[in-house]
Design a protein around this ligand. Structure first.
Ligand SMILES: Cc1ncc(C[n+]2csc(CCOP(=O)(O)OP(=O)(O)O)c2C)c(N)n1
Ligand SMILES: [Mg+2]
Length: 325
């Protein structure tokens, strides 16, 4: 278990900025018409994603959801290849065919998302069980939103993960809404951590905007799983800046609290200064370096070629090329 050292905290602070800048830049290019398809960002959820990224090792598995662009590059795939992928370019990690919802990278054990939300919960369990049976010291982290937690596969997965003591880290990102439906309207409890109790899975609820708290909880969970005791469930309470469509339907006080007063990068910055682990100048410097880094990724994506239409079916179905006329 790694403690929260100044070096670790500053690295995580940098990564939160990376996600913030990545998503902001992506949103801008989306509005300009340079990013095809739909876009759901991880804005506002940076601390949760960074806490998870800094707990996972390369050998661990990741099943990301539709807000996890940051986790895609923090897992180890070069950021410019993720950016190019989201731009639908040939240089992207999946040659521009995966996009936001289907970007995978086997080299870093990122199994990719699935646009049928929650359906991969059972797949994640299968991977975890397989690794356990092979005696491998690896866990599988699976990302699930509050809305998605109503899916049947999720409950089937948790039940069997508990029975089989499979090394699954259930990361439940409770950002309060599924599209515009508040958690309390669609679930029997507003505290999704309650679900894990019935399946006898150790569980914690944590402030997903408080980086040290989220990191400590994720470390505890991973330690539990790695010691062979089976799955662990974490509910990260956070808030997404944007839903699935533009416009704001949430009360102004709520927006003020989450987007200003309890905003994750601001909280971490204040905490770092209070601990005297960094100066204002050093933190500003990090933000500036990140801005330049991500702008480089955007430039790479913009300047990359579009995929060759003649290769549209390549790597889609095994052996497909053989049956082409
Ligand atoms: C099975 C399924 N139903 C509906 C959708 C459409 N959809 C995409 S994201 C989303 C909301 C998911 O809410 P939540 O899990 O809370 O994630 P959030 O967007 O809040 O992060 C929905 C309904 C989908 N992709 N898959
Ligand atoms: Mg949600």
């Amino acid at each position: 278990m790694s403690d929260l050292t100044p070096e670790r905290y500053l690295a995580m602070y940098r990564d939160m900025h990376r996600i913030r800048k990545f998503e902001t830049a992506l949103e801008l290019e989306f509005k300009r018409g340079n990013v095809p398809g739909m876009l759901h960002t991880g804005l506002g959820q940076e601390a949760t994603q960074v806490a998870i990224a800094h707990t996972l090792r390369t050998v661990d598995g990741l099943f990301p959801d539709h807000r996890c662009h940051g986790l895609l590059f923090l897992k180890g795939t070069p950021g410019k290849l993720i950016m190019a992928e989201l731009f639908g370019k040939a240089t992207g990690i999946c040659s521009g065919k995966g996009g936001s919802l289907h970007s995978a990278d086997a080299t870093v054990n990122n199994f990719g998302d699935n646009s049928i939300e929650g359906s991969f919960m059972v797949t994640a369990l299968g991977v975890a069980l397989g690794w356990k049976m092979q005696g491998e010291d690896r866990l599988v982290a699976v990302m699930v939103g509050d809305g998605t937690s109503g899916r049947g596969e999720w409950h089937e997965s948790m039940n069997l993960a508990s029975v089989w003591k499979a090394p699954v880290l259930y990361c439940c990102v409770n950002n309060g809404y599924a599209i515009s439906t508040a958690v309390g309207f669609s679930h029997a409890t507003e505290n999704l951590v309650d679900f894990a109790t019935g399946y006898k899975i150790p569980a914690e609820q944590v402030d997903g905007n408080d980086l040290p708290a989220a990191f400590a909880a994720t470390q505890r969970a991973a330690e539990h799983i790695r010691s062979g005791k089976g799955p662990y469930f974490l509910e990260y309470k956070t808030w997404r800046w944007q839903g699935l469509f533009k416009g704001e339907f949430r009360p102004p006080e709520e927006v003020q609290y989450w987007k200003v007063e309890h905003e994750p990068i601001k909280l971490a910055r204040e905490d770092l200064l209070q601990r005297e682990w960094a100066s204002e100048d050093a933190l500003d410097q990090i933000a500036q370096e990140v801005d330049e880094e991500i702008e480089g990724w955007v430039k790479f994506a913009m300047e990359s070629p579009s995929p060759d239409p003649n290769k549209a079916t390549a790597n889609v179905y095994a052996g497909w090329e053989d049956v082409q006329p």
